[in-house]
Design a protein. Sequence first.
Length: 104
Amino acid sequence: MKEYSVILDNPAEEDMLKLRRYISKTLREPVIAKRIYSSIKAEILSLDHNPLRFPVVRDELYASLGIRCMPVENYLTFYSVDQTAKEVHILRVLYNRREWQTLI
């Protein structure tokens, strides 16, 4: 039984499609693209149970908003938890070497 609904916000959905397209088409690694995409998607969906298991980010502004970060593969998944509505909002999925503070 899931405790929270996991909602993929539009920017995160676009991030997922772009990362799959980039790895598949630009890097010409469709098998790896599918594996990474599936791995990230599975981890995102696992947030329906205990979404508070990952810490809030260290950035003071985003920490004050309750933004959390979950690492998966070479990517960082940023999300917030609405405990009242029992919802997890996936905000962005970004490559871990990007300057994420300006992108959330």
